[in-house]
Design a protein around this ligand. Structure first.
Ligand code: GLC
Length: 444
Protein backbone atom coordinates (compact mmCIF):
# COMPACT_ATOMS: atom_id res chain seq x y z
CA UNK A 1 0.00 0.00 0.00
CA UNK A 2 2.76 2.37 1.10
CA UNK A 3 4.80 1.45 -1.96
CA UNK A 4 1.86 2.14 -4.29
CA UNK A 5 1.29 5.51 -2.61
CA UNK A 6 4.92 6.61 -3.19
CA UNK A 7 4.91 5.31 -6.74
CA UNK A 8 1.86 7.44 -7.48
CA UNK A 9 3.43 10.49 -5.81
CA UNK A 10 6.63 10.00 -7.86
CA UNK A 11 4.68 9.67 -11.11
CA UNK A 12 2.66 12.81 -10.33
CA UNK A 13 5.79 14.78 -9.43
CA UNK A 14 7.64 13.68 -12.54
CA UNK A 15 4.57 14.45 -14.59
CA UNK A 16 4.54 18.01 -13.31
CA UNK A 17 8.26 18.50 -14.01
CA UNK A 18 8.53 16.86 -17.42
CA UNK A 19 6.06 18.14 -20.00
CA UNK A 20 4.08 15.13 -21.15
CA UNK A 21 4.90 16.04 -24.74
CA UNK A 22 8.64 15.95 -24.29
CA UNK A 23 11.10 13.50 -25.71
CA UNK A 24 12.56 12.42 -22.37
CA UNK A 25 16.29 11.93 -22.08
CA UNK A 26 16.94 13.59 -25.45
CA UNK A 27 20.56 14.32 -26.24
CA UNK A 28 21.38 16.01 -29.54
CA UNK A 29 23.34 13.95 -32.06
CA UNK A 30 26.63 15.04 -33.63
CA UNK A 31 24.71 16.03 -36.75
CA UNK A 32 22.36 18.24 -34.77
CA UNK A 33 25.22 19.93 -32.94
CA UNK A 34 26.82 20.66 -36.30
CA UNK A 35 23.54 22.03 -37.71
CA UNK A 36 23.08 24.19 -34.62
CA UNK A 37 26.53 25.65 -35.14
CA UNK A 38 25.80 26.42 -38.79
CA UNK A 39 22.42 27.88 -37.89
CA UNK A 40 24.00 30.23 -35.35
CA UNK A 41 26.32 31.56 -38.00
CA UNK A 42 23.58 32.37 -40.53
CA UNK A 43 22.15 35.34 -38.62
CA UNK A 44 19.63 36.23 -41.33
CA UNK A 45 16.87 34.14 -42.88
CA UNK A 46 13.81 35.05 -44.93
CA UNK A 47 10.39 33.73 -44.00
CA UNK A 48 7.82 33.20 -46.77
CA UNK A 49 4.11 33.04 -45.99
CA UNK A 50 2.26 32.01 -49.09
CA UNK A 51 -0.91 30.06 -49.60
CA UNK A 52 -4.34 30.24 -51.22
CA UNK A 53 -5.27 32.81 -48.55
CA UNK A 54 -3.07 35.33 -50.40
CA UNK A 55 -5.89 35.59 -52.98
CA UNK A 56 -8.12 37.31 -50.44
CA UNK A 57 -5.39 39.78 -49.48
CA UNK A 58 -6.29 39.73 -45.80
CA UNK A 59 -3.48 37.73 -44.27
CA UNK A 60 -3.13 34.03 -43.50
CA UNK A 61 -5.73 34.08 -40.71
CA UNK A 62 -8.59 35.14 -43.02
CA UNK A 63 -10.43 31.81 -42.76
CA UNK A 64 -10.63 32.15 -38.98
CA UNK A 65 -11.08 35.93 -38.89
CA UNK A 66 -13.97 35.92 -41.37
CA UNK A 67 -15.46 32.60 -40.24
CA UNK A 68 -15.28 31.25 -43.77
CA UNK A 69 -17.12 27.96 -44.19
CA UNK A 70 -14.86 24.93 -44.51
CA UNK A 71 -16.58 23.92 -47.76
CA UNK A 72 -16.37 27.40 -49.34
CA UNK A 73 -12.76 28.22 -48.47
CA UNK A 74 -11.28 25.40 -50.62
CA UNK A 75 -12.86 27.04 -53.68
CA UNK A 76 -10.01 29.52 -53.53
CA UNK A 77 -7.81 26.66 -54.71
CA UNK A 78 -9.96 26.34 -57.86
CA UNK A 79 -8.71 29.76 -58.96
CA UNK A 80 -5.12 29.62 -57.74
CA UNK A 81 -2.88 30.19 -60.72
CA UNK A 82 0.15 32.29 -59.79
CA UNK A 83 1.26 33.18 -63.33
CA UNK A 84 4.21 35.23 -62.15
CA UNK A 85 5.69 32.72 -59.72
CA UNK A 86 9.33 32.15 -60.48
CA UNK A 87 11.34 30.18 -57.94
CA UNK A 88 14.63 31.34 -59.39
CA UNK A 89 13.69 35.00 -59.00
CA UNK A 90 12.49 34.48 -55.43
CA UNK A 91 15.60 32.64 -54.34
CA UNK A 92 17.92 35.14 -56.09
CA UNK A 93 16.20 38.13 -54.48
CA UNK A 94 16.40 36.44 -51.11
CA UNK A 95 20.04 35.48 -51.55
CA UNK A 96 20.81 39.05 -52.55
CA UNK A 97 19.46 40.23 -49.20
CA UNK A 98 22.34 38.43 -47.53
CA UNK A 99 20.05 35.79 -46.03
CA UNK A 100 21.51 32.35 -45.53
CA UNK A 101 18.26 30.43 -45.28
CA UNK A 102 14.64 30.43 -46.35
CA UNK A 103 11.77 29.19 -44.22
CA UNK A 104 8.60 28.62 -46.22
CA UNK A 105 5.06 27.69 -45.21
CA UNK A 106 4.34 24.19 -46.48
CA UNK A 107 0.94 23.97 -44.83
CA UNK A 108 -0.57 26.78 -42.78
CA UNK A 109 -3.49 26.80 -40.33
CA UNK A 110 -6.01 26.80 -43.21
CA UNK A 111 -4.86 23.25 -43.90
CA UNK A 112 -3.94 23.74 -47.56
CA UNK A 113 -0.70 22.02 -48.56
CA UNK A 114 1.58 23.98 -50.88
CA UNK A 115 3.34 20.75 -51.85
CA UNK A 116 2.49 17.50 -53.59
CA UNK A 117 1.22 15.21 -50.88
CA UNK A 118 -0.29 11.76 -51.01
CA UNK A 119 -1.88 12.34 -47.61
CA UNK A 120 -4.69 14.56 -48.90
CA UNK A 121 -5.92 15.92 -52.24
CA UNK A 122 -6.19 19.36 -50.73
CA UNK A 123 -2.88 20.48 -52.14
CA UNK A 124 -1.40 22.70 -54.82
CA UNK A 125 -0.89 19.88 -57.33
CA UNK A 126 -4.25 18.11 -57.07
CA UNK A 127 -6.56 21.02 -56.25
CA UNK A 128 -5.40 24.02 -58.26
CA UNK A 129 -5.33 24.71 -61.99
CA UNK A 130 -1.66 25.65 -61.50
CA UNK A 131 -0.90 22.04 -60.64
CA UNK A 132 2.79 22.46 -59.82
CA UNK A 133 4.63 21.70 -56.60
CA UNK A 134 6.10 25.09 -55.68
CA UNK A 135 7.95 23.61 -52.72
CA UNK A 136 9.79 21.26 -55.09
CA UNK A 137 10.69 24.21 -57.33
CA UNK A 138 11.98 26.23 -54.40
CA UNK A 139 13.91 23.27 -53.00
CA UNK A 140 15.60 22.81 -56.38
CA UNK A 141 16.52 26.51 -56.59
CA UNK A 142 17.79 26.61 -53.02
CA UNK A 143 20.07 23.72 -53.78
CA UNK A 144 21.27 25.32 -56.98
CA UNK A 145 21.90 28.71 -55.42
CA UNK A 146 23.35 27.29 -52.20
CA UNK A 147 20.95 28.54 -49.56
CA UNK A 148 19.48 26.43 -46.76
CA UNK A 149 15.79 25.52 -46.75
CA UNK A 150 13.56 25.29 -43.69
CA UNK A 151 9.93 24.19 -43.61
CA UNK A 152 7.17 25.87 -41.62
CA UNK A 153 4.50 23.34 -40.72
CA UNK A 154 1.26 24.04 -38.87
CA UNK A 155 0.18 21.49 -36.32
CA UNK A 156 -3.33 22.90 -36.28
CA UNK A 157 -5.86 22.70 -39.09
CA UNK A 158 -9.04 24.73 -39.59
CA UNK A 159 -10.36 22.56 -42.40
CA UNK A 160 -9.95 18.92 -41.42
CA UNK A 161 -12.80 17.24 -39.64
CA UNK A 162 -10.50 14.99 -37.64
CA UNK A 163 -8.34 17.77 -36.17
CA UNK A 164 -8.85 17.90 -32.41
CA UNK A 165 -9.96 21.50 -32.41
CA UNK A 166 -8.56 24.04 -30.00
CA UNK A 167 -9.50 27.68 -29.54
CA UNK A 168 -9.23 28.93 -33.15
CA UNK A 169 -11.05 28.22 -36.40
CA UNK A 170 -14.23 27.33 -34.57
CA UNK A 171 -16.47 29.30 -36.95
CA UNK A 172 -15.79 27.25 -40.08
CA UNK A 173 -18.87 25.06 -39.67
CA UNK A 174 -16.97 21.77 -39.59
CA UNK A 175 -18.88 18.86 -38.13
CA UNK A 176 -16.82 17.44 -35.29
CA UNK A 177 -15.49 14.12 -36.48
CA UNK A 178 -12.41 14.34 -34.35
CA UNK A 179 -10.00 11.48 -34.61
CA UNK A 180 -6.63 12.11 -33.06
CA UNK A 181 -5.16 8.96 -34.56
CA UNK A 182 -6.01 9.74 -38.17
CA UNK A 183 -4.93 13.36 -37.69
CA UNK A 184 -1.55 12.46 -36.27
CA UNK A 185 -1.02 9.78 -38.92
CA UNK A 186 -1.75 12.44 -41.52
CA UNK A 187 0.84 14.81 -40.00
CA UNK A 188 3.40 12.05 -39.72
CA UNK A 189 2.76 11.09 -43.34
CA UNK A 190 3.24 14.68 -44.50
CA UNK A 191 6.38 15.20 -42.43
CA UNK A 192 7.79 12.01 -43.89
CA UNK A 193 7.13 13.35 -47.38
CA UNK A 194 8.65 16.73 -46.56
CA UNK A 195 11.78 15.08 -45.23
CA UNK A 196 12.23 12.51 -47.97
CA UNK A 197 11.23 14.28 -51.21
CA UNK A 198 12.93 17.66 -51.05
CA UNK A 199 16.58 17.04 -50.20
CA UNK A 200 18.27 18.33 -47.07
CA UNK A 201 15.96 20.33 -44.85
CA UNK A 202 17.62 22.57 -42.27
CA UNK A 203 14.72 22.85 -39.86
CA UNK A 204 11.10 21.93 -39.30
CA UNK A 205 9.44 25.01 -37.85
CA UNK A 206 6.24 24.08 -36.04
CA UNK A 207 3.44 26.49 -35.28
CA UNK A 208 -0.01 26.06 -33.78
CA UNK A 209 0.75 24.58 -30.36
CA UNK A 210 -0.94 27.56 -28.67
CA UNK A 211 -4.27 26.49 -30.20
CA UNK A 212 -4.62 24.31 -27.13
CA UNK A 213 -3.17 26.66 -24.54
CA UNK A 214 -6.53 27.15 -22.87
CA UNK A 215 -7.31 23.47 -22.41
CA UNK A 216 -7.87 22.49 -18.80
CA UNK A 217 -5.74 19.36 -19.20
CA UNK A 218 -2.43 19.81 -21.02
CA UNK A 219 -2.99 18.77 -24.61
CA UNK A 220 -0.91 15.83 -25.83
CA UNK A 221 0.66 16.84 -29.15
CA UNK A 222 2.62 13.60 -29.47
CA UNK A 223 5.95 15.40 -29.87
CA UNK A 224 7.52 12.34 -28.29
CA UNK A 225 6.59 10.56 -31.53
CA UNK A 226 6.90 13.40 -34.02
CA UNK A 227 10.32 14.71 -32.99
CA UNK A 228 12.13 11.34 -33.13
CA UNK A 229 10.54 10.72 -36.54
CA UNK A 230 12.10 13.93 -37.88
CA UNK A 231 15.52 13.12 -36.45
CA UNK A 232 15.32 9.59 -37.77
CA UNK A 233 14.45 10.76 -41.31
CA UNK A 234 17.06 13.53 -41.36
CA UNK A 235 19.50 13.33 -38.46
CA UNK A 236 20.74 16.88 -39.06
CA UNK A 237 17.32 18.54 -39.32
CA UNK A 238 16.70 21.02 -36.51
CA UNK A 239 13.36 21.22 -34.75
CA UNK A 240 11.86 24.52 -33.65
CA UNK A 241 8.40 25.15 -32.28
CA UNK A 242 6.72 28.54 -32.07
CA UNK A 243 4.86 27.56 -28.91
CA UNK A 244 6.00 30.66 -26.98
CA UNK A 245 7.11 28.43 -24.07
CA UNK A 246 10.46 27.35 -22.73
CA UNK A 247 11.92 24.76 -25.11
CA UNK A 248 10.51 21.27 -24.87
CA UNK A 249 12.98 18.37 -24.79
CA UNK A 250 13.84 17.29 -28.31
CA UNK A 251 13.81 20.82 -29.78
CA UNK A 252 17.03 22.26 -31.20
CA UNK A 253 16.36 25.97 -31.57
CA UNK A 254 14.24 28.44 -29.59
CA UNK A 255 11.87 30.71 -31.48
CA UNK A 256 10.69 34.19 -30.50
CA UNK A 257 7.75 35.62 -32.42
CA UNK A 258 7.89 39.38 -33.03
CA UNK A 259 10.29 39.84 -30.15
CA UNK A 260 14.00 40.01 -29.67
CA UNK A 261 15.05 37.39 -27.09
CA UNK A 262 14.65 38.82 -23.63
CA UNK A 263 11.97 41.31 -24.65
CA UNK A 264 8.27 40.70 -24.38
CA UNK A 265 6.57 43.50 -26.30
CA UNK A 266 4.18 41.08 -28.03
CA UNK A 267 3.20 39.59 -24.67
CA UNK A 268 3.94 35.99 -25.62
CA UNK A 269 7.37 35.42 -24.16
CA UNK A 270 7.27 35.12 -20.43
CA UNK A 271 9.61 32.13 -20.54
CA UNK A 272 13.37 32.18 -20.42
CA UNK A 273 15.99 32.66 -23.06
CA UNK A 274 17.59 29.22 -23.31
CA UNK A 275 21.06 28.17 -24.35
CA UNK A 276 19.73 26.76 -27.64
CA UNK A 277 20.40 28.71 -30.84
CA UNK A 278 17.84 31.52 -30.98
CA UNK A 279 15.67 32.92 -33.72
CA UNK A 280 13.38 35.94 -33.84
CA UNK A 281 10.77 36.09 -36.56
CA UNK A 282 9.43 39.44 -37.61
CA UNK A 283 7.27 40.94 -40.35
CA UNK A 284 8.49 43.57 -42.83
CA UNK A 285 5.16 45.37 -42.74
CA UNK A 286 2.55 44.26 -40.19
CA UNK A 287 1.43 41.02 -41.79
CA UNK A 288 2.79 37.54 -42.46
CA UNK A 289 0.53 36.52 -45.34
CA UNK A 290 -0.19 39.05 -48.14
CA UNK A 291 -2.51 41.83 -46.95
CA UNK A 292 -3.59 44.17 -49.70
CA UNK A 293 -4.12 47.17 -47.40
CA UNK A 294 -0.90 46.83 -45.46
CA UNK A 295 1.69 49.24 -46.82
CA UNK A 296 3.10 49.89 -43.39
CA UNK A 297 6.61 48.71 -44.18
CA UNK A 298 9.45 49.19 -41.77
CA UNK A 299 12.10 51.50 -43.19
CA UNK A 300 15.42 49.97 -44.20
CA UNK A 301 17.05 51.63 -41.20
CA UNK A 302 14.47 50.07 -38.88
CA UNK A 303 15.08 46.66 -40.43
CA UNK A 304 18.86 47.00 -40.10
CA UNK A 305 18.52 48.08 -36.49
CA UNK A 306 16.25 45.10 -35.80
CA UNK A 307 18.67 42.68 -37.43
CA UNK A 308 21.65 44.09 -35.53
CA UNK A 309 19.73 44.16 -32.24
CA UNK A 310 18.82 40.52 -32.79
CA UNK A 311 22.41 39.55 -33.58
CA UNK A 312 23.37 41.54 -30.49
CA UNK A 313 21.23 39.13 -28.47
CA UNK A 314 22.94 36.15 -30.04
CA UNK A 315 19.95 35.37 -32.26
CA UNK A 316 19.05 35.07 -35.93
CA UNK A 317 16.46 37.25 -37.59
CA UNK A 318 13.87 35.47 -39.75
CA UNK A 319 12.37 38.36 -41.71
CA UNK A 320 9.08 37.76 -43.47
CA UNK A 321 7.78 38.42 -46.97
CA UNK A 322 4.20 37.67 -48.03
CA UNK A 323 4.05 37.07 -51.80
CA UNK A 324 1.03 38.22 -53.81
CA UNK A 325 -1.52 35.81 -55.29
CA UNK A 326 0.09 36.23 -58.73
CA UNK A 327 3.33 34.81 -57.33
CA UNK A 328 5.34 38.02 -57.08
CA UNK A 329 7.02 39.24 -53.93
CA UNK A 330 5.62 42.78 -53.32
CA UNK A 331 7.81 45.49 -54.86
CA UNK A 332 8.46 47.26 -51.56
CA UNK A 333 9.58 44.01 -49.97
CA UNK A 334 11.96 43.44 -52.89
CA UNK A 335 13.40 46.92 -52.39
CA UNK A 336 14.00 46.21 -48.71
CA UNK A 337 15.67 42.87 -49.51
CA UNK A 338 17.99 44.55 -51.95
CA UNK A 339 18.87 47.40 -49.57
CA UNK A 340 19.48 44.94 -46.77
CA UNK A 341 21.79 43.03 -49.10
CA UNK A 342 23.82 46.18 -49.79
CA UNK A 343 24.18 46.77 -46.07
CA UNK A 344 25.14 43.15 -45.40
CA UNK A 345 27.69 43.20 -48.15
CA UNK A 346 29.44 46.15 -46.53
CA UNK A 347 28.94 45.16 -42.89
CA UNK A 348 28.32 41.40 -42.85
CA UNK A 349 31.71 40.74 -41.28
CA UNK A 350 30.39 42.27 -38.05
CA UNK A 351 27.25 40.06 -38.09
CA UNK A 352 27.72 36.63 -39.75
CA UNK A 353 29.30 34.00 -37.57
CA UNK A 354 29.60 36.38 -34.63
CA UNK A 355 28.41 35.86 -31.07
CA UNK A 356 27.35 38.50 -28.61
CA UNK A 357 28.02 36.82 -25.33
CA UNK A 358 30.93 38.90 -23.98
CA UNK A 359 29.20 42.20 -23.32
CA UNK A 360 25.42 42.49 -22.83
CA UNK A 361 23.38 45.02 -24.85
CA UNK A 362 23.97 48.61 -23.76
CA UNK A 363 21.71 51.66 -23.70
CA UNK A 364 23.42 52.89 -26.89
CA UNK A 365 23.56 49.62 -28.89
CA UNK A 366 24.89 46.08 -28.97
CA UNK A 367 28.25 44.32 -29.16
CA UNK A 368 29.18 41.41 -31.41
CA UNK A 369 32.51 39.60 -31.50
CA UNK A 370 34.49 37.01 -33.37
CA UNK A 371 38.06 35.82 -32.89
CA UNK A 372 40.21 38.83 -31.98
CA UNK A 373 37.68 41.45 -33.07
CA UNK A 374 34.78 43.11 -31.32
CA UNK A 375 32.25 45.42 -32.91
CA UNK A 376 30.32 48.13 -31.17
CA UNK A 377 27.06 48.70 -32.99
CA UNK A 378 25.96 52.17 -32.03
CA UNK A 379 22.39 53.20 -32.79
CA UNK A 380 22.54 57.01 -33.13
CA UNK A 381 19.03 57.63 -31.76
CA UNK A 382 19.74 55.47 -28.71
CA UNK A 383 23.16 57.07 -28.23
CA UNK A 384 21.53 60.49 -28.14
CA UNK A 385 19.03 59.32 -25.51
CA UNK A 386 21.77 57.61 -23.50
CA UNK A 387 23.60 60.95 -23.12
CA UNK A 388 26.99 59.27 -23.33
CA UNK A 389 29.04 62.38 -24.07
CA UNK A 390 32.36 62.20 -25.88
CA UNK A 391 33.66 58.97 -24.40
CA UNK A 392 32.03 55.60 -24.82
CA UNK A 393 32.49 53.11 -22.02
CA UNK A 394 32.50 49.41 -22.97
CA UNK A 395 32.09 47.34 -19.80
CA UNK A 396 34.44 44.56 -20.85
CA UNK A 397 36.94 43.64 -18.25
CA UNK A 398 39.57 41.38 -19.77
CA UNK A 399 43.21 40.41 -19.79
CA UNK A 400 43.20 40.64 -23.57
CA UNK A 401 45.05 43.75 -24.69
CA UNK A 402 43.40 46.15 -27.10
CA UNK A 403 45.63 46.74 -30.10
CA UNK A 404 43.59 49.52 -31.69
CA UNK A 405 40.10 50.85 -32.25
CA UNK A 406 38.74 52.22 -35.50
CA UNK A 407 35.63 53.25 -37.41
CA UNK A 408 34.61 50.08 -39.22
CA UNK A 409 33.62 51.73 -42.51
CA UNK A 410 36.52 54.18 -42.95
CA UNK A 411 39.20 52.39 -40.89
CA UNK A 412 39.94 55.75 -39.26
CA UNK A 413 41.69 55.08 -35.95
CA UNK A 414 40.11 56.25 -32.71
CA UNK A 415 41.83 56.86 -29.42
CA UNK A 416 41.12 54.50 -26.58
CA UNK A 417 42.11 53.69 -23.02
CA UNK A 418 41.92 50.30 -21.43
CA UNK A 419 41.46 49.85 -17.69
CA UNK A 420 40.56 46.96 -15.44
CA UNK A 421 36.86 47.87 -15.60
CA UNK A 422 36.66 48.18 -19.37
CA UNK A 423 37.54 50.06 -22.52
CA UNK A 424 36.99 53.77 -23.07
CA UNK A 425 36.80 55.09 -26.63
CA UNK A 426 36.74 58.68 -27.80
CA UNK A 427 33.75 58.96 -30.08
CA UNK A 428 34.01 60.58 -33.50
CA UNK A 429 31.18 62.59 -35.05
CA UNK A 430 28.34 60.11 -35.60
CA UNK A 431 25.89 60.84 -38.42
CA UNK A 432 22.37 60.79 -37.04
CA UNK A 433 20.83 59.27 -40.19
CA UNK A 434 22.75 55.99 -40.20
CA UNK A 435 21.08 52.87 -38.85
CA UNK A 436 24.14 51.45 -37.16
CA UNK A 437 27.50 53.15 -36.63
CA UNK A 438 30.13 50.46 -36.17
CA UNK A 439 33.36 50.75 -34.23
CA UNK A 440 35.85 47.89 -34.41
CA UNK A 441 38.07 46.91 -31.51
CA UNK A 442 41.09 44.81 -32.42
CA UNK A 443 42.71 42.73 -29.71
CA UNK A 444 46.34 41.68 -29.79
C1 GLC B 1 1.70 33.16 -35.56
C2 GLC B 1 0.56 33.19 -36.52
C3 GLC B 1 0.90 32.62 -37.82
C4 GLC B 1 2.25 32.95 -38.34
C5 GLC B 1 3.29 32.82 -37.28
C6 GLC B 1 4.64 33.29 -37.74
O1 GLC B 1 1.83 31.95 -34.94
O2 GLC B 1 -0.53 32.46 -36.04
O3 GLC B 1 -0.09 32.93 -38.73
O4 GLC B 1 2.53 32.05 -39.34
O5 GLC B 1 2.91 33.51 -36.15
O6 GLC B 1 5.47 33.53 -36.69
Amino acid sequence: MKKTFWTIVTILLLGSILPSNAQPGYTPSEEIIESQQKFREYKLGIFIHWGIYSMLGQGEWVMHNQDIHYQEYPKLADGFYPVNFNAKEWVSAIKDSGAKYICITTRHHDGFSMFDTECSDYNIVDSTPYGKDIIAEIAKECKEQGIALHFYYSTLDWGRLDYPRGRTGLGTGRPAQIDENTYFDFMKGQLTELLTKYGDIGCIWFDGHWDHDQDTVEYYWRYDQIYPLIHQLQPGCLIGNNHHLNPIEGENIQIFERDIPGENTAGWHEGQVSTLPLETCQTMNRSWGYRIKDQDYKSINQIIKYLVSTAGRDANLLLNVGPQPDGRIPATALERLSALGDWMEANGETIYGTRSTLVPPQSWGVITHKDNKMWLHIFPEDLAKAKVGKTLYVPYSTDRKVKDTEIFSSKEKLSHKQYKEGIFITLPEIPSDCADFIIEINFK
